[in-house]
Design a protein around this ligand. Structure first.
Ligand SMILES: Nc1ncnc2c1ncn2[C@@H]1O[C@H](COP(=O)(O)OP(=O)(O)OP(=O)(O)O)[C@@H](O)[C@H]1O
Ligand SMILES: O=c1[nH]c(=O)c2[nH+]cn([C@@H]3O[C@H](COP(=O)(O)O)[C@@H](O)[C@H]3O)c2[nH]1
Ligand SMILES: NC(=O)CC[C@H](N)C(=O)O
Ligand SMILES: [Mg+2]
Length: 526
């Protein structure tokens, strides 16, 4: 392990919806955190040298055959551990307590209060005697294990929190990681700082030092190719790698023909001007559009795009190698700005579903020859933005709205053709121009503009009948792209944009607003 490596708090994932949220809240408390699957052995876990463990919630019941289990050795390691919901129940059962379906079901806001005779101990210190906590369970701990103090109860759950200070084992039935538990962050911080004695010394500066070390260790004196899109994530990844290995890095930007208006110029000029990295642009428009011809299934498009990206990097690598790599060695390392949500949505979490194959994770071809360098793989975008700022990247790059690697290819519902791309590009440019003109960029996370190429509707323009396509506006607000809500943009703004699109973009006779949150929708349509 490198010298600067922070010892982590490991979040053991039992298939929770909130595992990533727990890790993020721990980092917000100034402690580095990573997620591990519940199948990890005590030995593997100990090898990661954790300062603390959090057992996540999960959908199963601990008393059912085959429910996700925890290696019994883990609670014997002497590492301070906090169980949350299912994790709390696992801890109770393993240590000789009892868990049962009592008929009590608590979903949503629930009042919990300190149990008789306790002051809340370290875990519930500096919290009111009664507090609102967000619950989501149908099973309950009916008896705490021996040696544990019951700290809190609700009307229907007699053991809602417990502690064993000597063994540094703690648990809560509620979810301290969600914002609907007003004292939740306090519970987590009490566990981390008071009970486990972990200092709050993790910040974006540490991540930089640690990642720079790790990158140096991984690539040595090897040459590195960075997939650079002009977006936030790859810009920050490139800056980290550049800091670590300087001129061993060359960035490759792929013009796959699925870009928005002006994007290529922006990357070639602004990005290079502000960072000084070495950039090669590859014109791969024909390759991508040929491969996508006739395809309208979203997953198929994503897989094709993922594969063609890699084939393009391989071709670029071969061309660069003679000129750039010492003695003609192939460039073995590929840097990608992959973030945690890309991994989870591609089904890369433990037991999480494949929602869509992000081109840079689930869309990668099986015969990938590159060794990946992904320094941001465990982080969320706002954390990445903080690192970018710390590295001195300009605000114009750091604050950019996300734009998916597969680009307009997954914003045309239906087959991707040159003509449709032209149409969508024109509509998208109007939306982006008007957002900036109205000073609305800071109000939203991003605003996909989608062409429903397979849908047609009747309109009337210039006294004549039209039979055109709708354009969908999808403005969303989000903290981390895992959940999102549609942004209530001003009606006047929507009216102006609708007017401009239907007047200026041939073939479009209708503009519609997507008013769906995520879940149930996702941000992109494909
Ligand atoms: N046109 C492109 N050329 C080269 N690499 C790309 C391109 N588009 C995407 N990538 C690679 O795929 C990764 C994932 O794309 P993604 O859009 O999630 O990230 P980003 O573009 O860096 O940031 P943002 O989410 O802000 O757009 C990028 O970080 C980059 O490594
Ligand atoms: O690089 C990427 N490759 C992809 O394949 C991809 N798919 C979605 N996105 C972006 O991820 C965030 C979440 O999007 P969804 O709610 O549509 O899954 C949003 O910010 C999307 O724009 C992608 N980014
Ligand atoms: N959210 C959870 O972890 C739920 C745990 C367990 N499935 C229960 O219903 O009690
Ligand atoms: Mg992008």
């Amino acid at each position: 392990m490198s010298e600067t490596a922070q010892r982590p708090v490991l979040v053991v994932d039992f298939g929770a919806q909130y595992a990533q949220l727990i890790a993020r809240r721990v980092r917000e408390a100034g402690v580095y955190s990573e997620i591990v699957p519940h199948t990890i052995s005590a030995e593997e876990l100990a090898a990661k040298n954790p300062v603390g463990i959090v057992l996540s919630g999960g959908p199963s019941s601990v008393y059912e055959e085959g429910s996700p289990d925890l290696d019994e050795g883990i609670l014997e390691l002497g590492v301070p551990t906090l169980g949350i919901c299912y994790g709390f129940q696992v801890m109770a059962q393993q240590l000789g307590g009892e868990v049962a379906k009592t008929g009590a079901r608590e979903y949503g806001s629930t009042e919990v209060r300190l149990a008789g005779g306790t002051d809340g101990g370290l875990l519930l210190a500096e919290q009111p005697i009664e507090q609102t906590a967000w619950m989501s369970h149908g099973d309950s701990v009916v008896k705490a294990p021996e040696g544990f103090d019951v700290l809190a109860a609700s009307d229907s759950t007699p053991v809602a929190a417990f502690a064993n200070d000597e063994r540094k084992l703690y648990g809560v039935q509620w979810h301290p990681e969600v914002k609907h538990s007003p004292f939740g962050q306090r519970v987590l911080e009490n566990f981390l700082h008071r009970a486990a004695g972990i200092p709050a010394d993790w910040n974006s500066g540490n991540v930089i030092a640690e990642q720079v070390d790790r990158i140096r260790e991984q690539v040595g004196s090897g040459r590195v190719l960075c997939a650079l899109s002009g977006g936030v994530d790859s810009a920050v990844a490139a800056a980290l790698v550049h800091k670590a290995v300087g001129d061993q890095l060359v960035c490759v930007f792929v013009d796959h023909g699925l870009l928005r208006a002006g994007e290529r110029e922006q990357v070639e000029q602004d990005y290079v001007a502000s960072t000084g990295v070495r950039l090669v642009t590859v014109d791969a428009r024909e390759r991508f559009l040929t491969a996508l011809a006739g395809v309208s299934d979203p997953e198929q498009k994503r897989k094709i795009i993922g594969r063609e990206f890699i084939r393009t990097f391989e071709a670029a690598q071969a061309e660069l190698v003679a000129e750039f790599a010492a003695e003609g060695d192939p460039i073995r390392f590929l840097v990608q700005g992959t973030l945690y949500p890309d991994v989870v949505e591609s089904g890369g979490g433990s037991g999480t579903a494949n929602i869509k194959s992000h081109h840079n994770v689930g869309g990668l071809p099986e015969d990938l020859q590159f060794e990946l360098v992904e320094p941001l793989r465990t982080l969320f975008k706002d954390e990445v933005r903080a690192i970018g700022r710390e590295l001195g990247l300009p605000e114009a790059i750091v604050a950019r709205h996300p734009f998916p690697g597969p680009g307009l290819g997954i914003r045309i519902v239906g087959e991707v053709t040159e003509e449709r791309l032209e149409t969508l590009r024109a509509a998208d440019l109007i939306v982006r121009t008007e957002l900036t003109a109205a000073g609305l960029d800071g109000e939203i996370w991003q605003c996909p503009v989608v062409l429903l190429a397979d849908v047609r509707s009747v309109g009337v323009q210039g006294d004549g009948r039209t039979y055109g396509h709708p354009i969908v506006l999808r403005p969303v607000s989000s903290e981390d792209a895992m959940t999102a809500d549609w942004t209530r943009l001003p009606y006047e703004w929507l009216a102006r944009v609708s007017n401009r699109i239907t007047n200026e973009v041939a073939g479009v006779n209708r503009v519609v607003l997507d008013v769906t949150s995520k879940p149930p929708g996702t941000i992109e349509w494909e």
